[in-house]
Design a protein around this ligand. Sequence first.
Ligand code: ATP
Ligand code: MG
Length: 468
Amino acid sequence: MIELTLAEIAEAVDGRLVVGSSGATSATVVRGISQTDSREVAPGQIFFARRGEETDGHRFAGSAVDAGAALLVVEQEADDRVPQIVVAESTIALGRLATEVVRRVRAGGELTIVGITGSNGKTTTKNLVAAMAERRGASVASEKSFNNEVGGPLTMLRVDAGTRTLVAEMGASAEGEIARLTAMAPPAIGVVLTVGLAHAGEFGGIETTFRTKSEMVRDLPNDAVAVLNRDDPYVTRMAELTAARVRWFGQHPEAEVRASGIDSDASGTRFTLHIGDASRPVVFRVLGEHHVTNALAAAAVGSELGLTLEQIVEALEGATRAARWRMEVMGGRDGITVVNDAYNASPDSMAAGLRTLAQIARPGARTVAVLGAMSELGEYSIEEHRRIGLQAVRLGISELVVVGQEARNLHISAINEGSWDGESVFFEEQDAAFDHLVRTLQPNDTVLVKSSNAAGLRLLGDRLGEAF
Ligand code: ATP
Ligand code: MG
C-alpha cells in the first residue's frame, strides 16, 4: 500500500481520528496493508475491526496492536495505544480506503486492472492471469478466493506506485456486489467466464445470475475491453450491454482466442491455442477440459496485456495442478488415480468433473465418482442432484459412491435409471464410504472425489490419496 497520513485516511473512510496515548498526529504517515483477522497482522499494518456474524473483530483489537498494528479502524474505540479511526461501518470504510488507494495509484498512469468474474473458474483463471501479469512487472493478485466486499478491498490495498497489474477476482452472493467492486477498482479488462448455477439458491435463478455477472462489463468505459466467453450463451449476450471493445474466447469459430484439437488424459490437456491467425500447441496440466475455457480467458487477457504468444503459452504451461483440493491428483499405487476436487461444487463444476473423470480414465479400467452434496442450491437442490445422478449414468461411470443425506437424490436418480452397467452405493458417513472404497477399489481405477466444501469430502479424498 502507498503511504498516507492519518488525516488522509480519516478523510477517505469518512471517520473520526482518535490519537489516544499513541503520540501520533494527523500528519503521521501510515504505510502497510490491511487485515481484518488479527492473527494475520504484521507490524505497521492497519487492522479493521469488523462485526461478523460469529465474532466481533473489536474483541481482537488488543491482539492486533500486540502484533504491531499501526492503526485501528473501528466502530467503537477499542485500544488507545495506537491511533484509531472511528467509522460507522468498518466494512464500508475498508472499501472506501481501497477506492482511494486505487485512485491514487491509477493517477500515476501505470496500473492496469483486470477484473475476473463468473460462476465457475474465477480462481483458476485469476492464477493463470497472475502468471501472465508477472511477465510485465510487479503485480498484485487476490489471495485464495478473496473476492467479496472484504477480500476485494484487502487485495486492492496491496497495490503501490510500482504495481503494473492488479488481478482481482470478483465474486457475488447478491446483485450489486460486483458493481461495488468494479467501482473500487475499475477494470481496464473485465472478464466473464460463465453464467451458471453456482449459487442459484442465493440468487434466485439464472436470469438474476446473468444480471449479477453482467455488472462486470456494464459499467466499462469504451476504452476498456470486455473478455467474454463465446461458448456461454448468457455471457455472449453481455456484449450488448457494454460500451467496451469485446474480445471473444472459446471454441466457437467466431472466437478470436480459440482452442482446437483438445485431447486429455490424467497427465493434462493438450490443445492448439489460436490467437487470430497465429497458433501454438499447448500442454496444459490443470486437469479437465473445462479448464481450457479458463486457459483461453487468461490467454485473451495476456494478449491484451501485450504479451507475445510465446509468453502466453509459457505462462499456461507453467501452471500446475498443485492447488489443494482442486483437481488435485493423488494416489498411484496399483495404477489407482485419485482426483480430489472437493474444494467446492456447483452443478456445472460437478458435471465438468464427471466428464473429466470419463475422459482421463485408463482405457478399459473403471471410473469411480465419490460425490457429496452441492450446497447453496436452495429450491433447485433436489432437481440438480438428480440431474447429476443421471449424468453419471449417461457418461457410463462404473461406480457412484454417494455420501451424506443431502446428496441422496443423486444416488436415487442413478439407481432408478435402468440402462446402466454401473452401480451406485449410498453412505450416510464418509468413514463407511472410505472403508468400502479401500475394500473394493481395483487396480487402474480412476476416482473422482467431489462435493461442496460444506460436505467435507476433501478429507475423504486425502485419506484415499494416502491409502493408495
Ligand atoms: P469460488 O466461487 O469458490 O471462488 P471459482 O469461480 O473461483 O469458485 P475455481 O476455484 O477456479 O472457481 O473452480 C471451482 C470449481 O469449478 C472446480 O471444481 C473447477 O474444476 C470447476 N470449474 C472451473 N472452471 C469451470 C468451467 N468453465 N465449467 C465448469 N466447471 C468449472
Ligand atoms: Mg474462487
